[in-house]
Design a protein around this ligand. Sequence first.
Ligand code: NDP
Ligand SMILES: O=C(O)C1=N[C@H](C(=O)O)C[C@H](O)C1
Length: 244
Amino acid sequence: MKIALLGYGKMGQIIEKFALERGHEIVLKITIDNQEDLTRENLKAADVAIDFSTPDSVLKNIDVCFDANVPVVVGTTGWYGKLQEVKDDCDKSNNTLLYGSNFSIGVNLFFKLNQTLAKLMNNYPAYEVQVEEIHHTQKLDSPSGTAITLAEGIVENLERKQEWLNEVVGTDVELFPKPEQLLIESHRIENIPGTHTVIYSSEVDEIEIKHTAHNRAGFALGAVVAAEWVKDKKGFFSITDIFE
Ligand SMILES: NC(=O)C1=CN([C@@H]2O[C@H](COP(=O)(O)OP(=O)(O)OC[C@H]3O[C@@H](n4cnc5c(N)ncnc54)[C@H](OP(=O)(O)O)[C@@H]3O)[C@@H](O)[C@H]2O)C=CC1
Ligand SMILES: O=C(O)C1=N[C@H](C(=O)O)C[C@H](O)C1
């Protein structure tokens, strides 16, 4: 498979390593310095594009992929508010996009566990729920895409929560969520690849489910497997479609 890497930072470089190990070829690498090379013509050399770039560049990158009719796997986070618009564009233009807020197997199991636990908790109103995420200090977006997926999983399954809101710990803004609002707390600490915790707390006890990434390998391998899976398909997909 011929792959275009849109974004060649911490993730792009590990994705390259896994892609080469699995017998694929990298035909294009785009960073901030050569972004003008991301053209419809250059993309045509690729069977699939994998975007791990930035919240500011991802939408433009997706547009060029759609223009070239090249399937694109998107791991970049920080553009959640535009997801529905992009899905509509993808369907209208008969293109292919697979989005995952997190490509690791462990987190995708964790997503399922989170939904099941949220459903169970409908019978136990004494428990208040909160999501916490910890990431390295270079991370550009808050809350993390994974934390948003967890929060959406709770809002969809736990009747007493209607929406989520985000507090970045260490800034001056302190939030006081209403009972129907789910708090996502974001922490930024040097060198943390990604830790997510869902906490149910009552006056008498606490239940925590937690996923800790030890490194970025799980995300990167998952992205390559997703590219292999989606390459010959049409439409808008999510990482959960692969696990189902
Ligand atoms: N879904 C998942 O499983 C995971 C998602 N992520 C997400 O992936 C994204 C990238 O993460 P990470 O690799 O750690 O970030 P990095 O900052 O290490 O890398 C970002 C890359 O994007 C490049 N870039 C900047 N502007 C553009 C542009 N206009 N076009 C193309 N590339 C551009 C940067 O170029 P330059 O090097 O020149 O600055 C850099 O190579 C983030 O949104 C992060 O949240 C991360 C891990 C897992
Ligand atoms: O920026 C990161 O590093 C990560 N981003 C993703 C997210 O926003 O959830 C996935 C992972 O947690 C690492």
